[in-house]
Design a protein around this ligand. Structure first.
Ligand code: GDP
Length: 442
């Protein structure tokens, strides 16, 4: 999980304060020393840590006692507010041009995830009803153009390329014109990176900038490189001027130092975070929600948004009716599984559940492989079998096991579980009915 170590240490420190009815200056000082260590271990910039702890300490010692909170709870509230502030308070959205197209330039070092992020961002904007165009401006890295074409086709977004013989300035000029002529309202430019920042790179990016006059220059940095990423951001901002940051590979970063320092050091917000290699793994960055996640308060809003994006309200109602009338079949079950899978990896979902990052739930060891098996078993059934599982006799069970690459025991187990679930649904439905009759359930 992102921020795993930091989350655990901060939560442990703050838990000690929570129960106390009264806090002495000594208590606060002791807690802040631990907070400071935890932040430093998470690779947060030293100066940022110093300022952060100073602010929290000042506020924590001078607080007016709120009636509804114990002093300990109040310190947690302050830490939460200051963490949110550190990361930029509220979500920082993209600026769209009042007269389209909006031009977005993605810059960054090689390997940071620029090309992948071009695909992710264009896919996200397309889902929001935009008509994006990608321009392949990286003429140096072998295969960068082909890679952009591949991700473009995966999200069904056109890619403008002129090969690698012309200068990036000529390519982007022609690309923007192409976009305007084809009614694209967002144009995303993939620029070249280098292994390290150098004069040549900066000059080239400045030329592309003055040619296209982008509305947004977004710097892509790799979260796993910690303070190096923050230094890169500082340099790009000083030399080129950036409007925001996209922080990639947060899924593999257990420390989170870059996420916590980059805004404070550069004064530029994180606009999106990359949370995996798949093209749907890009999310807008919400400082307040991230702070809550770090403090183990969960991120219920993101969870609800994910659920809303993958679940269909009409279907949910239909399902409820089917459950009540006992018409729930393996077909419905399969659809349900698919919807849960659409929400993303279960481990990521659990991180959003309040209470120590859903730790208790994690102990249940949700086995995603098991879900894959269940899906394979159902898919190996004929339509008739899915609608009426009682016809699945011994020889059919053997066939289903073979077809799904599982064992007869696994098929038996699923059939039994399904039958039990159906029975339970009936009991619930009966209970609901009798309560309604009794007038308690209106
Ligand atoms: P570029 O040189 O900046 O264009 O970088 P690429 O787009 O080629 O990405 C470099 C590597 O990082 C690729 O293997 C990507 O799949 C991977 N990558 C990019 N973003 C993410 C992310 O958010 N999470 C993870 N785990 N991998 C990522």
């Amino acid at each position: 999980m992102v921020f795993e170590g930091l989350a655990e240490k901060l939560q442990n420190t703050l838990k000690k304060l929570k129960g106390k009815g009264k806090l002495t200056e000594q208590d606060v000082a002791e807690a802040m020393r631990e907070v400071k260590l935890a932040l430093l271990e998470a690779d947060v910039n030293f100066k940022v840590v110093k300022d952060f702890v100073k602010k929290v300490k000042e506020r924590a010692i001078g607080v007016d006692v709120l009636e509804s909170l114990t002093p300990g709870q109040q310190v947690i509230k302050i830490v939460n507010e200051e963490l949110t502030d550190l990361m930029g308070q509220t979500q920082s959205k993209l600026t769209f041009a009042s007269t389209p197209p909006t031009i977005i330039m993605l810059v960054g070092l090689q390997g940071a995830g620029k090309t992948t992020t071009c695909g992710k961002l264009s896919g996200l904007l397309k889902k929001q009803g935009k008509r994006p165009l990608l321009i392949a401006g990286d003429i140096y890295r072998p295969a960068a153009i082909k890679q952009l074409q591949v991700v473009g086709s995966q999200v069904d977004v056109p890619v403008f390329t002129m090969g690698d013989k012309l200068s990036p300035v000529d390519i982007v000029k022609a690309g923007v014109e192409h976009g305007i002529n084809h009614g694209n309202d967002v144009i995303i430019i993939d620029t070249a990176g280098r292994l390290h920042i150098n004069e040549e790179l900066m000059e080239e990016l400045q030329d592309v900038k003055s040619t296209t006059k982008p509305h947004e220059i977004l710097l892509v940095i790799d979260s796993m490189t910690g303070q190096d990423a923050v230094n890169v951001a500082e340099e790009f901002n000083g030399k080129l001027g950036i409007d925001g940051v996209i922080l990639t590979k947060l899924d593999g970063d257990t420390r989170g130092g870059a996420a916590l320092s980059v805004r404070a050091v550069t004064n530029k917000p994180i606009k999106y975070v990359g949370l995996g290699e798949k093209l749907e793994d890009l999310e807008p960055f919400h400082p307040d929600r991230m702070a809550s996640r770090i403090l183990g308060m969960g991120d219920v809003l993101s969870l609800i948004e994910k659920a809303q994006a993958s679940f269909d309200a009409e279907k949910a109602k239909e399902l409820h009716n089917k459950m009540k009338t006992q018409q729930f079949t393996f077909e419905d079950f399969l659809e349900q599984l698919q919807q849960v899978k659409n929400m993303g990896p279960i481990s990521q979902l659990l991180d959003m559940v309040p209470g120590a990052g859903g730790k208790q739930l994690k102990n249940l060891e949700v086995d995603e492989k098991e879900l894959v098996h269940i899906q394979a078993i159902i898919q190996s059934m004929t339509k008739e079998e899915r609608l009426n599982p009682s016809i699945i006799n011994g020889s059919r069970r053997k066939r289903v096991a073979k077809g799904s690459g599982t064992s007869v025991q696994q098929v038996n187990r699923l059939l039994k579980q399904f039958e039990q679930t159906r029975k339970m649904m009936k009991q619930f439905a009966d209970m609901e009915k009798s309560m309604k009759k009794g007038g308690k359930f209106k």
